[in-house]
Write a protein that binds this ligand. Structure first.
Ligand SMILES: [Mn+2]
Length: 328
């Protein structure tokens, strides 16, 4: 049997063999993380299993149209005074990205790790890692449509579609394959309304996001003959815009989309001395390799890492690192 089919079969066995699950996506969840967690939750519900969905923090309000959104427990607000021995982690590249969950995992807990990040560290007992998948929901679609075909319903379809739509940038990125569009078409037959989901998940922006954009565009700068473009967001910008971390999502597209730019960079100062560096590349540069070098991770064209220092130090550091690729 092909490795992927064997991995999916093992995942389905894991789901059938346990009864009470913790379902968790990566901290600061995006559409794929949220859609994946909810799709798994609905699947478990449909087959009569107990489950608890959690995240270290908030799940962005933009995904509140998804059924089950209100059931995702925000661990920073609600303490669960128990532990779980069966865990399903979705869209989580490494153990640290689970967030602060140590106290709710039993010592001998078994983890089913389902993900599409090429940098996944295989931290589970069972690992279904498919880096050619556009989204984790694409893997979940394969799992559910082949091994739980009777369970696929409108709620699952909307959750899966959301992850697929957001991780392909609305079916625009190069990860948009024939399988992606076939999957999308198949989900429409379960009543998914693409216009409505795109409106919620992609089009709607907060006013704080636009205020952050206004601040960050003023910091636009270039390196290497405008092949690399930077914008930055400081803690002061966050305060002035009354922004949360979710409001920062999508800003990195602006430097990346500039004509002639190969790598777009967003430098986010989360707190003084701590900068999150987000990288987006167009063609040649594998930014996953770069991010991994500094303890981060991601995909070839979208990755990130944390840097200890100021915004300008983070920028100088990255410019030096890119010298090999872009210097003469
Ligand atoms: Mn993803």
């Amino acid at each position: 049997m092909e490795t992927y089919s064997r991995d999916l079969a093992e995942a389905s066995q894991f789901i059938r063999n346990h009864d009470d699950f913790l379902v968790i996506a990566h901290l600061h969840p995006d559409g794929d993380a949220t859609g994946s967690a909810l799709a798994v939750g609905h699947l478990l519900n449909n087959i009569g299993k107990k489950y608890t969905m959690v995240n270290e923090g908030d799940t962005p309000l933009r995904f509140s149209y998804l059924s089950g959104y209100d059931q995702i427990i925000n661990l920073s607000q609600t303490k669960l005074n128990r532990t779980f021995s069966a865990v399903i982690a979705v869209d989580v590249a490494d153990y640290k990205r689970l967030g602060d969950v140590e106290d709710i995992l039993s010592e001998s807990c078994a983890i089913l790790n389902i993900d599409h990040h090429p940098t996944n560290t295989c931290f589970g007992q069972i690992n279904v890692i498919r880096s050619t998948a556009a989204s984790t929901t694409e893997i979940l679609f394969d799992l559910i449509s082949t091994l739980f075909p009777d369970e696929l319903d409108n709620k699952i379809a909307e959750a899966l579609y959301t992850g697929l739509l957001t991780d392909t940038g609305g079916f625009r990125y190069s990860n948009t394959t024939q399988h992606v569009l076939e999957m999308a078409a198949s989900l429409l037959s379960f009543g998914v309304k693409p216009g409505e989901i795109a409106e919620h998940a992609l089009e709607t922006i907060s006013s704080a996001h636009l205020k952050l954009l206004k601040h960050s565009i003023q910091t636009l700068s270039f390196a290497y003959n405008e092949k690399v473009a930077f914008i930055a967001v400081s803690t002061q910008d966050m305060k002035d815009s009354e922004a949360t971390k979710d409001d920062v999502d999508g800003l990195v597209s602006y430097p990346r989309n500039i004509e002639g730019v190969e790598v777009g960079v967003l430098l986010k100062e989360w707190e003084e001395g701590e900068v999150k560096v987000s990288l987006r590349s167009k063609n040649e540069v594998d930014v996953a390799v770069l991010a991994q070098k500094f303890g981060g991770g991601g995909h070839a064209k979208a990755s990130g890492y944390s840097f200890k220092g100021s915004l300008s130090e983070a920028k100088e550091h990255l410019i030096k690192e890119l010298e090999e690729q872009f210097g003469d």
